[in-house]
Design a protein around this ligand. Structure first.
Ligand code: ADE
Length: 348
């Protein structure tokens, strides 16, 4: 067991330096849950407008439980990791059906909901109900690893366990919420990643072992992630009159259920596309390059080239039945498209 020293100096520091964030004005577990799920993998500044919009549209667990899937995907459009919001809807239905519409008030009850792990359960339990559970996300792991001059890979399960236990033991039980927020805040604004901590602003500088040993920029240690797989794709903005072709992605897997323009595997040239369509009985009125784009997912990279392909009305019959044509304003209003296609959105 690794032991952290007294961390209570972060409480007055947090009182003075905390950012004024919308989810810090509520104790409603539903609102806190929405914020915490959005904040996984997404920066605070980017989350704020999504948070406001989502809660305006779906202000209660009941509203989320009954919302059409297209609406929740549209509200999430641009945030990525769409399984997060699908899992939220599953969990909302569980709250309605198994908990009489009342959000669970215990750590175990919260943890049992779909898509809620140890971190999120600890965050909701402490922020909404002041329950003394830790909330150790990547920010807090980094803070703890530096305070302890912890030399193992912080993402290894045993490291996470050790560091989480140390943070839990250091948590003042009568200030669970503020302590957890303060640790997150310290990691997000002072104990920064990528070798640039602002130690001179840190309320824990005097007790930080990494700092004392001159290792604050070298720590924490993170294993090198596996190299991302690369996929090459040709994106077709297929236009017929004032409408653009879309298809829905499969119900499971990457970007499940979202809408996208038709895509061919591999990188193709203008001449190859012309041949591709001609062979299928369609004579394009125009094939024009729209440039290259790249999108990086956690484990995957898409390297894309885009083309605008204008086809005549009578060409539509020769297209695969999975494609449908949508007018531009409907795409904006109704269909959630992955950010991966951002470079080609202006042409849709
Ligand atoms: N990141 C995760 N949870 C957060 C919170 N409650 N406030 C700010 N950033 C966060």
């Amino acid at each position: 067991m690794v032991n952290l020293p007294d961390l209570t100096p972060i409480l007055p520091w947090y009182g003075k330096h905390r950012r004024d964030l919308p989810w810090r004005h509520t104790r409603d577990p539903y609102r806190i849950w929405v914020s915490e799920i959005m904040l996984q993998q997404t920066r605070v500044e980017a989350v704020i407008p999504y948070y406001e919009r989502f809660l305006d549209a779906l202000p209660t667990v009941a509203a989320l439980a009954t919302a059409p899937e297209a609406q929740i995907l549209k509200l999430w459009e641009g945030l990525g990791y769409y399984s997060r919001v699908r899992n939220m809807q599953k969990a909302a239905r569980t709250v309605m059906e198994a908990h009489n519409g009342v959000f669970p008030t215990t750590f175990e009850g919260i943890l049992s909901l779909c898509g809620i792990g140890e971190y999120t359960a600890g965050a909701i339990a402490s922020f909404a109900f002041d329950l003394p559970h830790p909330a150790v996300d990547g920010n807090v792991l980094r803070v703890a690893a530096r305070l302890l001059a912890f030399e193992d890979d912080i993402l290894a399960p045993t490291s996470k366990k050790q560091l989480t236990a140390a943070v839990a033991a250091a948590q003042p039980k009568d200030h669970a919420a503020d302590f957890n927020q303060a640790m997150i805040e310290l990691g997000a604004t002072v104990c920064l990643p990528n070798g640039v901590p602002k130690c001179e602003e840190c309320p824990l500088c005097a007790i930080c072992r990494a700092r004392a040993e001159g290792k604050e920029t070298a720590l924490p240690i993170r294993r090198k992630p596996a190299p991302r797989k690369k996929e090459h794709r040709t994106v077709l903005i297929l236009r017929c009159g004032d409408k653009v072709a879309l298809r829905q992605r499969p119900e499971s897997g990457l970007l499940a259920g979202l809408f996208e323009p038709p895509v061919l595997d591999g990188i193709h040239s203008e001449a190859e596309l012309l041949q591709f369509f001609t062979l299928r009985g369609i004579t394009p009125l125009r094939v024009a390059p729209l440039g290259d784009a790249k999108h990086i997912f956690t484990h995957l990279e898409w390297h894309m080239v885009g083309f605008e392909v204008i086809i005549p009305e009578d060409g539509v019959d020769f297209l695969p039945s999975e494609l449908f044509f949508a007018p531009r304003e409907e795409i904006d209003r109704r269909y959630a498209l992955p950010t991966a296609y951002r470079a080609y959105r202006p042409f849709m």
